[in-house]
Design a protein around this ligand. Structure first.
Ligand SMILES: Nc1ncnc2c1ncn2[C@@H]1O[C@H](COP(=O)(O)OP(=O)(O)OP(=O)(O)O)[C@@H](O)[C@H]1O
Ligand SMILES: [Mg+2]
Length: 254
């Protein structure tokens, strides 16, 4: 099932000689459960693309569909609500609320949205990310890697349609980066979570199901994965998958 689609997506900044074509006609499709890495040199348009995918900024032209919804056709308030419910963000800076303990940080977006956290699911996420012992700690009492794991838990907690990550390990040393990325990948698989992640690091990109290369605002490879290669299809063909999800049609998706 396709969860994300962009059509002829463009974002131009400025005009005339100063015009920058940050995105110049991007067509990208992502299947549910896929883990996609976006790579490219500095200034190639990666962050701009991620901002458009998450509805954080408006394109100059083109379309972004998330879960079948043309997000920029929504009014501003509706887009804000859609974003809160359907999109999880993980940035290089963890953006945790310093006066709230770890658990409160994790469930904050759900509470802001007036929802009730799915405690069983959240405990599973917390356990997988190795944060059980830290739930009552303040962010300042955690290591950098632990703080980023909290940010990942927070992004997963609302069961978003897509999790978007911009250089999530940019502030971490290489061993911690590898650990955090492995956990992100495992979480994605465990909870059938679609992940689109920007990275500069080719080694880290290799963890993804697919690598999309972007140059001068254009995708130069990896636009689309053929359906037969999707994670779900692979699990099915290998007889794998997670027992508690079998036959529930994506029970973790609310
Ligand atoms: N608000 C803005 N106003 C003008 N130009 C911008 C703006 N934001 C980004 N750009 C330009 O758009 C291009 C793409 O920027 P973007 O931040 O998407 O690159 P990036 O691939 O994420 O780079 P990096 O790897 O350094 O984070 C760059 O040339 C940048 O200077
Ligand atoms: Mg960037």
């Amino acid at each position: 099932m396709r969860v994300l689609k962009t059509t002829a997506l463009k974002k131009y900044y400025g005009s005339g000689h100063n015009q920058v074509k940050a995105l110049d006609g991007v067509d990208l499709e992502v299947e549910k459960g896929e883990f996609v890495a976006i790579v490219g040199t500095s200034g190639s348009g990666k962050s701009t693309l991620l901002h458009m995918l998450g509805g954080l900024d408006y394109p100059t032209s083109g379309k972004v569909e998330v879960d079948g919804r043309d997000i920029f056709s929504l009014k501003k308030d509706a887009l804000c609500i859609f974003r809160r419910r359907k999109i999880g963000f993980v940035f290089q800076s963890y953006n945790l609320v310093p006066v709230l303990i770890v658990y409160e940080n994790i469930v904050l977006p759900i509470q802001l949205d007036g929802g009730n956290p799915d405690e069983v699911y959240i405990q599973n996420v917390v356990k997988l990310l190795g944060l059980e012992e830290k739930l009552n700690n303040l962010p300042s009492q955690l290591s950098s890697g632990q703080q980023q794991r909290v940010a990942i838990a927070r992004a997963l907690a609302a069961k978003p349609a897509i999790l978007l990550a911009d250089e999530p390990t940019g502030n971490l040393d290489s061993a911690t980066s590898q650990d955090v990325l492995e956990l992100l990948k495992v979480s994605g698989e465990r909870f059938s979570q679609t992940i689109v992640m920007i990275t500069h690091n080719e080694e880290i990109a290799q963890l993804a199901d697919r690598i999309v290369r972007i140059e001068d605002g254009k995708i130069i490879s990896g636009t689309r994965r053929t359906p037969v290669q999707t994670l779900a299809a692979r699990k099915k063909s290998s007889g794998g998958g997670f027992p508690e999800q079998k036959g529930k049609g994506g029970a973790y998706y609310g």
